[in-house]
Ligand binder design. Structure first.
Ligand code: PHE
Length: 356
């Protein structure tokens, strides 16, 4: 009896003190396991006298049930405690805003080139390309710019160093404009035709905020029987309206650039100013003025295709008429996205690029 009381005290203490389920399991084995202390007491009952057995038996059995109950309750408590701790630790605030994943995007120049191409496509112009390394003939002579013509000074050219033993006898250069593709295309295709030529051009010139040694141009050419300056004016007006009425805008501002949020409802003013290019006659500069601005911005060169250009392309100038134009994509892109320095466009500076 004494031992049973001692055993009960010892067991209850161990159960209360068990810090986790593993300890509790050990306590259970110690007292109630196959070789457990209480189990051996219960086993030993059969060796006692009947009187003692009757006295001790029910007590030992009651204690077994009591201990089993205590262990069960303790296990339940421990599990509840552990669960609560986990719930606290793994709590998720489902009302928190999500983490934004970084998304790639087009470079403003690429976006501009694609948009220009798509606008002209909607006006029936196909985009064609030509080589960046050109011959002197296509870049100058065929465009009515002979070697002694003062107009050659307009373009500071990157001439290529050439091996005297090379099979290529023509003088090679990095094209200074996209106009040579006019000759290349008309040499292979009969009018009527409508093309644009997006591409990179090169000028051997000091670079500053508005000039770079390489930049993009888009050439335009439309040839048919009855083409006039009026056709050109309409095409270029529609183009600028569309180009400047969509998207754009950034932290970099350019004076006289398009005001943001105009929605393209007000008309962009366009004027043609007499000018000179050897490959067009008459020739003009195209100036553009945004609604609310006082400043005219020079954006393109253009004119009616010169008879010599038709001749040099193998077309009869008596049969065909056409207009041609060329503008700098970087400039238009800068105006649209309000970029203050052309060099940023080729800088690959992430602080700049991140804004678009
Ligand atoms: N090629 C000229 C330039 O680079 C632009 C131009 C193109 C002018 C077509 C007239 C016609 O400045």
């Amino acid at each position: 009896m004494q031992d049973l009381k001692k055993l009960e005290k010892e067991a209850e203490k161990a159960i209360i003190e068990a810090a986790d389920e593993a300890v509790l399991r050990d306590v259970e084995i110690k007292f109630l396991g196959r070789k457990g202390t209480l189990t051996s007491v219960l086993r030993g009952l059969k060796d006692l006298s009947e009187k003692k057995r009757r006295e001790l038996g029910p007590k030992a059995n009651t204690l077994r049930v009591k201990l089993e109950t205590s262990i069960g309750e303790k296990r339940y408590d421990l599990r509840k405690k552990e669960l609560n701790a986990r719930l606290k630790k793994e709590w998720i605030d489902i009302s928190r805003p999500g983490i934004k994943t970084a998304q790639g995007h087009l470079h403003p120049l690429t976006a501009s080139l694609r948009e220009i191409t798509s606008i002209f496509h909607s006006l029936g112009f196909d985009a064609v390309v030509g080589p960046e390394i050109e011959t002197e003939w296509y870049n100058f002579d065929a465009l009515n710019i002979p070697s002694d013509h003062p107009a050659r000074d307009l373009w500071d050219t990157f001439w290529l160093r050439q091996d005297k033993k090379s099979a290529i006898k023509e003088k090679l250069l990095l094209r200074t404009h996209t106009s040579p593709v006019q000759i290349r295309f008309m040499g292979k295709n009969q009018p009527p035709l409508r093309i644009i030529v997006p591409g990179k051009v090169f000028r051997n010139d000091a670079s500053d905020a508005t000039h770079d040694i390489e930049f993009y141009q888009v050439e335009g050419l439309m040839v048919d029987k009855e083409i006039s300056v009026a056709n050109f004016k309409e095409i270029i007006q529609v183009f600028f309206e569309k180009f400047f009425s969509s998207g754009g805008g950034s932290a970099f501002s350019v004076k006289g650039g398009p005001a943001s949020g105009r929605g393209g409802k007000e008309k962009i003013n366009i004027r043609l100013r007499p000018s000179f290019f050897p490959f067009t006659e008459p020739s003009f500069e195209i100036d553009l003025k945004f609604p609310g601005s006082k400043r005219w911005l020079e954006v393109a060169g253009a004119g009616m295709v010169h008879p010599n250009v038709f001749k040099n392309s193998g077309l009869n100038p008596k049969h065909w008429r056409g207009f041609a134009f060329g503008f700098g994509v970087d400039r238009l892109c800068m105006m649209k996205y309000k970029i203050s320095d052309i060099r940023l466009l080729h800088s690959s500076d992430p602080r700049f690029l991140k804004q678009f």
